[in-house]
Every structure is written in C-alpha cells, then in structure tokens.
Design a protein around this ligand. Structure first.
Ligand code: ZN
Ligand code: ZN
Length: 410
C-alpha cells in the first residue's frame, strides 16, 4: 500500500475528521491489526497540535472468544472503570476528542447465540450512557474511520487474493484520497456542497416526507417539532468543526417518533451485532414497527427491534443521492459507515438531539415531547432505491419534490 495515500488518509481523518485542539487529548480506539495506520494518526495528531494522544487497542479475535466462552451474566457485569477511563479525560480541563478506527469483521459473532449478544450489547450500552452523552450531543469532536481487516476484506471481495488491497482502493476512492491529490481541499469543497443542500432543506420548513419506490416502499415520515436538517460538518459548543463519519454524504434530521406510517423495504443487507440481516421490510403504524420480515436472520432483526421501547421507532431520516461515490462503486461494504452513505436511510432507535432547534441543551423529556426518539440503539437501515421519489409537505401547505429517481431534485 502506498505510504503517501495512507498518510493523506490519516491526515484527513485527524485534521478534518477529529480536529484535535491544543488543549485536548485525542483518544484513538484502534484494532491491533490497524497498528501501522494508527501510528500515522498519532503522528498526524501531534503535527496538528494535540496536547496528548492516547491509543486504546482492541481485537476482534479476542472479542469473539470472550463472547463465546464467557457467561452472559459475567459479560453483563460491565465494570464502571471501563466508562470511567474515558470520562477521566473528558472531564479534564481542555477535554478530549475521539478517533475510532474500525476494521470490523462483519461476521465477528457469527454462530454465537444472538440473544446472548443482544443482552451483552445492551448492558454495554447502559454502562456507557454518560460517555455517549458527549458524542450523541456533539459536546466533543468525534470521528469514525475504517481500515481494511483481513476478514472484512474477504467478506467484501470473496475469493480475491488481493482482497485487502482492493478494499483499501475502494476506501480511498470513496474518501476522495488519490495520488497527488489534496484530500483536505477536496473535502472542503464537498462539505460546502452538502451545506448548501442542508440549508435549502431548512429553508423549506418541511412538515413531512413521502418516500416511494417500485420495490413497494410507501412511507410517510412526519418530522419532529422544530426539526433541523444537519449534514457534513458538526460543531461542538466551542465551535470546533468535525466529521462524525468518514466518509459522509448524508443530509439528515429527526423524524417524529409517533408520525411514521407505511411500509419500507431495505435495499441493502444490514450487519447487526456481527450478523447479516438480509431481504427485509418493516411496516409502521403511528411511528411504531407493527410488522416485519427478513429473508435471512429475521430473529436478529426481532432482537434489535425488541431492545427497548424506542427501538421500534425511528430517530433519523437521512437523504443520500444515488450518485454518491459509495453507491457508484456498487460494492456492499458490510459496514454501516460506508453502506449508509450509499442510500437514503432511516435509523431504528435514538435520535440526535442536534437535529432539533436547541436540542443539545434539552433534557430527554423535553426532546421526547418534541418527538425525538430515545433508545439504547441507533441502527441505520438503507432504504433509498435508485428510483426513489421523495416529496415534502411543507408547513405552509406546499408539496415540493425533494428527490426524483434517487437524486436531489434541486
Ligand atoms: Zn445517517
Ligand atoms: Zn444514523
């Protein structure tokens, strides 16, 4: 792999993605197999002026063994020190920011009792609520960036002897990293374009959206009260810009948890807790999933929807044009970070407080009153077919075309 491209990618992840400030500690979560890339990120972070860089290593192979051999009750007994070790840095003067490097094997937990996985994941979510408040509310900069792992690359390019190389190339392509290129400038340009779409959506004052496509999708999504469209960059209360997801192609907002009706078909398989759910649809009534089906791993979809009360409602609607570089690649990445940027999506579970006016300063009760959903999960389901039409009903009674045949209509 070309050193130069890797360096560009690391620089982009650190400078545009996380944007560490001289007062801050950058915490990097990294799989052991991504060590060379993680080291480049450390270098880039110090070059960008970070006060301190802390790397926390993890390993899929160990995680699998643990999930397989440790008793559920033991795994559910999540020690306070796990979350505390993050809060210590966050509560420090100057604070912290986060870069999550992932190389996840989509089948990491394949074959393990799905009910056990669901219980353990739920316990882990419960024991990281205080930490997640920082990221869900954009109180600190955070960013997720992916690098190919062996298992992941083989899943995306089965049988290819150079699967890892191929996946690297695909990631570079969709992240606008190229030989002799200037990835930081390319992203500044892309961010400006997405910001314009976002601003236009906010000017329209949308009350509800209607999504239709030939695969049977016919879904009406009412927006939360005072919903605000977000896209591209996020900002902390101090005004530090960051990209939560690398890459990003979406303009998104908060649906009203009780105003979603109709049927929606997924257009891509979905990897949940290390298992792939395929060929599925759900039907909503008054915001709640009342019926669902999957050709493969329907029980896993059921576990996801039964996590808690909020998991049957949605917390996000995101608009992504079919011409997005990720969709044009025509590769299923088996990873939400990429796949969600290939198509319009909805998310089962929690909404982002930042997607309603003044939301990041509100209590959970205030957010719920506006219709912003709450849950332990947030799982993005790709629903944007290439022929999808979307119209908006505006608050002043107009009907406006938003998407025509999978593309922005304006
Ligand atoms: Zn999204
Ligand atoms: Zn999402």
């Amino acid at each position: 792999m070309k050193e130069e491209l890797l360096r560009q990618y690391a620089d982009f992840a650190v400078r545009i993605g996380t944007n560490p400030q001289p007062s801050q500690t950058l915490i990097i979560n990294a799989p052991v197999e991504s060590a060379p890339f993680a080291r480049m990120c450390v270098e880039a972070a110090y070059a960008a002026g970070a006060k301190n860089v802390v790397v926390r290593w993890n390993d899929d192979a160990v995680a699998r063994q643990q999930m397989m051999h440790t008793a559920t009750e033991v795994l559910e007994d999540v020690k306070p020190s796990v979350e505390r070790s993050l809060l210590d840095y966050l509560e420090d003067e100057g604070g912290a920011c986060f870069l999550h490097i992932i190389a996840e094997d989509p089948d990491v937990y394949a074959g393990i009792d799905t009910a056990k996985i669901a219980r353990v994941m739920k316990a882990r979510s419960e024991h990281s609520k205080n930490y997640r408040k920082y990221t869900m509310n954009d109180l600190v900069q955070w960013s997720i960036v992916a690098v190919p792992g062996k298992a992941w690359a083989n899943k995306v390019f089965p049988g290819a002897p150079d699967a890892e190389e191929k996946l690297w190339q695909a990631i570079f392509d969709v992240c606008r990293v190229q030989d002799g290129g200037d990835v930081v400038s390319a992203w500044k340009e892309h961010i400006a374009k997405m910001t314009a779409w976002r601003d236009h959506m906010n000017e329209l004052q949308v009350d509800s959206l209607h999504l239709t496509s030939a695969n049977g999708t016919d879904l009406t999504i009412g927006l939360a009260d005072n919903a605000r469209w977000e896209g591209a960059q996020s900002h902390t209360p101090e005004g530090y810009a960051f990209l939560a997801n690398i890459p990003t192609e979406e303009v998104f907002t908060a649906p009203h948890r009780d105003r979603v009706d109709g049927v929606v078909h997924a257009v891509k398989p979905y990897v949940y807790n290390g298992t792939v759910i395929e060929g599925f649809w759900v039907r909503f009534e008054h915001g709640k999933v009342v019926e669902y089906h999957a050709d493969k791993n329907e029980d896993v979809l059921g576990h996801l929807l039964d996590t808690d009360e909020g998991a049957r409602h949605i917390g996000e609607i995101a608009l992504v044009p079919a011409s997005s570089p990720i969709n044009r690649k025509n590769i299923l990445f088996y990873n939400t970070l990429f796949d969600e940027n290939a198509a319009c999506h909805i998310a089962f579970g929690a909404g982002y407080p930042g997607t309603v006016e003044g939301g990041t300063a509100m209590t959970k009760e205030q957010l719920l009153a506006l219709g912003v959903n709450d849950s332990l999960v947030h799982e993005d389901i790709m629903v944007g077919a290439p022929d999808m039409d979307i119209t908006a009903a505006t608050k002043d009674g107009r009907t406006v075309q938003i998407f025509k045949n999978g593309e922005w209509a304006f």
